[in-house]
Design a binder for this molecule. Structure first.
Ligand SMILES: [Zn+2]
Length: 249
């Protein structure tokens, strides 16, 4: 019963994240759900995309355009992620903060993949939240959160400088730097090192695969945010176990 509630909560939060993912990059206030193609307001039954998608009515009643797959996917992802977090941490402050961090990371993934934007209006409040969270989440203190944030910020600031000098402007943006700071604040020191390494490694491997398979060329832009999100989230949940496994070898 609890799990069903948490899953549904994730779906509803996912619908809100979808709205923010469309409105924040456009720098407009949050709007009533509407069709991105013809602007017609969506009927209330379609405000959450997943149920209408499942029964095959994921279309705009005005222009018949399909609801973009991102909408049901983000809802489903947060439904499952919330459920996973609840099964792992139960009804604790840790669950609440991890669910909020996960929500923010999904929102950042959407805006970075779709618009190549990681917005300060998302990352700055997220950092404040991470600082508050460091007082409630076990295994992290406000000092380790601030140190982790500083290490994330400086590391990606230097990577952005080097990237801009070697690859050209835009290889890494200011958004990636603030995202790295947020990731550092939620994982804290010393786990931030693991989060950044995972992000850099996964980003390097996936980029190499994309170039080798000729999906992308060396000159193409590959958004780095999703790799920071991946490295940060994996470290948040399994960072200690991965560290123990790594050093025990
Ligand atoms: Zn439409």
């Amino acid at each position: 019963m609890d799990l069903l509630f948490v899953f549904t909560l994730g779906i509803v939060v996912g619908a809100l994240v979808n709205r923010l993912g469309a409105d924040l990059p456009a720098r407009r206030p949050i709007q009533r759900p509407n069709c991105p193609y013809c602007d017609a307001p969506r009927p209330v039954i379609q405000w959450i995309a997943l149920p209408t998608y499942v029964v095959g009515k994921g279309r705009c009643p005005n222009c018949d355009a399909t609801i973009p797959i991102r909408y049901p996917l983000a809802e489903l992802a947060l439904g499952f992620l919330f459920t996973f977090l609840y099964m792992r941490y139960g009804a604790t402050p840790q669950f609440t903060f991890y669910a909020l961090y996960t929500t923010i990371l999904v929102l950042i993934t959407i805006t970075d993949l779709e618009r190549r934007l990681i917005l300060n209006v998302v990352t700055f409040p997220a950092m404040v939240l991470a600082l508050v969270g460091s007082f409630f989440v076990p295994g992290i203190t406000w000092k380790s959160a601030l140190l982790g944030g500083a290490i994330g910020y400086v590391t990606f600031y230097i990577l952005a400088l080097v990237g801009n000098l070697s690859v050209g402007p835009g290889a890494l943006g200011g958004g990636d730097v603030t995202l790295a700071a947020f990731v550092g604040m939620i994982t804290g020191f010393p786990l931030v090192v693991e989060a950044l390494l995972l992000a850099i490694l996964s980003g390097g491997i996936i980029s190499l695969l994309l170039v080798l398979t000729k999906v992308r060329s060396m000159r193409d832009y590959i958004p780095y945010g999703p790799f920071l999100v991946l490295g940060g989230w994996v470290t948040l949940i399994w960072g200690v176990q991965i560290g123990i496994w790594f050093f025990a070898r």
